[in-house]
Design a protein around this ligand. Structure first.
Ligand code: ADP
Length: 178
């Protein structure tokens, strides 16, 4: 099995064991992928999230997936883009690492990510893709779990940026190891 892939789709339909939610710090739902995940999972997800008492930017918390095909949801609030000088790259990398670390510690084998922070939060896509791919590939080169990670891009245009970024940094020799 390929350990990493970039695909186009709706993450609420994902067959991964865990999907990641680009949440906000309240964990009480919002727009974009967050809203879609809460709608698909049912009100029970909101109730479990309410009991968690929020989450800091760059950290991650785990819930069940309820009516989603995914057994778990890993919620991570991404940074709001403010020009890049306020630690946004480190916070975004931390989102990916925190989710992967939580998944591994929970024995989760397959994880699907959306493109965190690149919607309402305004993180420029090429920069976000570089941070995301580096964090994921670094993790996979050092850990056995999760066995498979995918970037689930909502549109072909987003997937193209991720594929181009992947080709730029990881095509060739390094790719053989993943
Ligand atoms: P943020 O607030 O972190 O920017 P958004 O939900 O606004 O989060 O956007 C993050 C990314 O999620 C965007 O690329 C958006 O196109 C994508 N997205 C929105 N809905 C879905 C979905 N159902 N499945 C996968 N990706 C989605």
């Amino acid at each position: 099995m390929k350990r990493f892939d970039i695909v186009v789709g709706d993450i609420t339909c994902s067959d991964a064991e865990a999907i990641v939610n680009a949440a906000n710090t309240s964990l009480l739902g919002g727009s974009g992928v967050d809203g879609a995940i809460h709608r698909a999972a049912s009100q029970s997800l909101l109730e479990e999230c309410r009991a968690l008492g929020g989450c800091e930017t760059g950290k991650a918390k785990l819930t069940k997936g309820y009516r989603l095909p995914a057994k778990y949801v890993i919620h991570t609030p991404g940074p709001i883009w403010q020009g890049g000088g306020l630690g946004e790259p480190a916070l975004l990398a931390s989102c990916y690492r925190s989710c992967l670390s939580l998944a591994a510690a929970s024995g989760i084998e397959t994880v699907d990510f959306p493109s965190i922070s690149t919607g309402i939060y305004g993180y420029p896509l090429p920069q976000a893709a570089t941070v995301a791919l580096r964090a994921i590939m670094d993790w996979l080169s050092e850990h056995e779990l999760p066995r498979r990670v995918r970037m689930v891009c909502h549109t072909e245009a987003v997937a193209t940026i991720y594929r181009q970024t992947w080709n730029l940094w990881y095509a060739g020799e390094k790719a053989d190891r993943i």
